[in-house]
Design a binder for this molecule. Structure first.
Ligand SMILES: NC(=O)c1ccc[n+]([C@@H]2O[C@H](COP(=O)([O-])OP(=O)(O)OC[C@H]3O[C@@H](n4cnc5c(N)ncnc54)[C@H](O)[C@@H]3O)[C@@H](O)[C@H]2O)c1
Length: 387
């Protein structure tokens, strides 16, 4: 098999790009180009990774012009996704684009239209579609054992949530809101497992904790993102060195009505003391719920009327190596299978667009008197191209 010649945009390998580097499939790929606008990241890479010898670029556009590059990983902050994904597709590269797809519905549609017109390969980094707990719940639902899904409730407690309030995610201008940055994962899973996309959404959200913290970063001062993951990062109101300006909500709630009639709710809180994504899907013949979302977790299934603590079936899942419960390894493999063999992936650019659209309209609702917002439909032509 010929090795796929790849380029990476975003060379801070303590951040998201580590997903590619730490799981690098040397037998099927060669890293031929690396880009970061911060030269110190490229210098660091040169000394720390002699096993790779890519060409270095400070501009993504120069990397896209490199004819030797066949596929690119766009691993930079969300505000550049639309611009860079479109430019890469125009240059004929296969694209791995991190979630959320873009900051607006128009931005997502621009990317989809560009991929459609250029007949390009576009793959979205929704790694939760490769997480064991999600796949087991999907298997349960698809088996029909809990009947047809009618109701979905998802709660996400985030004890490292202060990290989003230290950097570019703290501002609507560069992040829109956390329903995109965090919520697009879960909204995508709700859509996937419930078998339909949101048609109408209502939102409520508030910024009520991190705006009250003191001793903020100075403008231009580099944040230490990792502190938020330390166990002693507590209590939320006493945290220091958060972004100088914060205007995104730190707890959000949305209600969704899906096109197939399913009703769903999603909530997240960025100042919780513990962390877990907790999903339940309720059908007209039972219910499934995850107890723990990765590692050694369980999937509980009720198919008879009974006790909360006595499910009819318990699936015990084992810890898997690799980032995000092993899903980073799987999604990387799926990208290479898609580009090199044309194998259809579990992720979908159309679904990624509907997740962003729901998040955008949810934020619009909560920022405008909680009005119900409809989700604009995508053209049938585009939907068919990607299916
Ligand atoms: N799928 C997941 O589980 C997951 C987890 C974390 C982050 N993410 C996503 O990963 C992406 C990257 O997040 P981040 O916080 O690491 O981004 P970031 O932009 O803060 O940093 C990544 C690197 O990219 C560089 N960079 C930024 N903009 C650039 C540009 N226009 N051109 C060249 N280099 C540029 C920075 O200098 C930095 O070294 C985001 O889209 C985020 O949503 C996904």
């Amino acid at each position: 098999m010929e090795k796929l010649r790849i380029g990476i945009i975003g060379a801070d390998f303590t951040l998201r790009s580590q997903m590619v580097l730490f799981n690098f499939p040397f037998e099927r790929a060669e890293l031929v180009a690396l880009c970061d606008r911060d030269q110190s990241m490229l210098d660091k890479f040169k000394t720390e990774h002699p096993e790779h010898s890519p060409k270095f670029y400070n501009s993504a556009y120069d990397l896209f012009a490199d004819k030797n590059v066949e596929a690119v990983f766009i691993m930079v902050r969300d505000q550049y996704h639309e611009e860079l994904a479109c430019a890469a597709l125009e240059a004929g590269k296969a694209v791995y684009l991190e979630k959320p797809m873009a900051l607006s519905i128009e931005g997502c549609d621009h990317i989809l239209e560009t991929a459609y017109r250029t007949k390009g390969k576009l793959f979205l980094g929704h790694n939760m579609r490769y997480m064991d707990s999600i796949l087991k719940m999907k298997e349960v639902i698809d088996s029909g054992i809990i009947g047809n899904i009618q109701s979905v409730w998802v709660r996400h407690f985030v004890n490292y949530g202060s990290c989003y309030f230290r950097h570019w995610c703290a501002k609507q201008e560069t992040c829109n809101g956390l329903l995109l940055q965090k919520g697009s994962h879960d909204i995508d899973i709700i859509h996937w497992l419930a078998g339909s996309y949101t048609k109408r959404v209502v939102g409520m959200g508030r910024l009520s904790v991190y705006n009250r913290t003191r001793n903020r970063l100075e403008k231009g001062e580099k944040p230490d993102r990792k502190i938020s993951f330390a166990p002693d990062t507590w209590p939320p109101l006493e945290l220091e060195k958060l972004a100088p300006e914060i205007d995104v909500e730190d707890h959000n709630m949305i209600l969704m009505q899906l096109a197939n009639g399913v009703q769903a709710s999603y909530e997240h809180c960025m100042f919780a003391p513990d962390s877990e994504r907790n999903y339940t899907f309720i059908g007209d013949h039972g219910r499934v719920e995850n107890i723990g979302d990765r590692g050694n977790c369980e999937i509980h299934v009720w198919t008879n009327r009974g006790d909360r603590n006595a499910p009819d079936i318990i699936y015990k899942l084992r810890e898997k190596a690799g980032g995000h419960g092993g899903s980073d390894v799987e999604i990387l493999k799926a990208f290479f299978d898609y580009v090199q063999f044309g194998k259809k992936p579990a992720v979908s650019p159309v679904a990624a667009r509907y997740a962003v659209a729901t998040g955008c309209q949810g934020h619009h609702s909560m920022r405008n008197g909680n009005i119900p917002m409809d989700i604009p439909e995508l053209s049938q032509e585009i939907i068919e191209y990607f299916s």
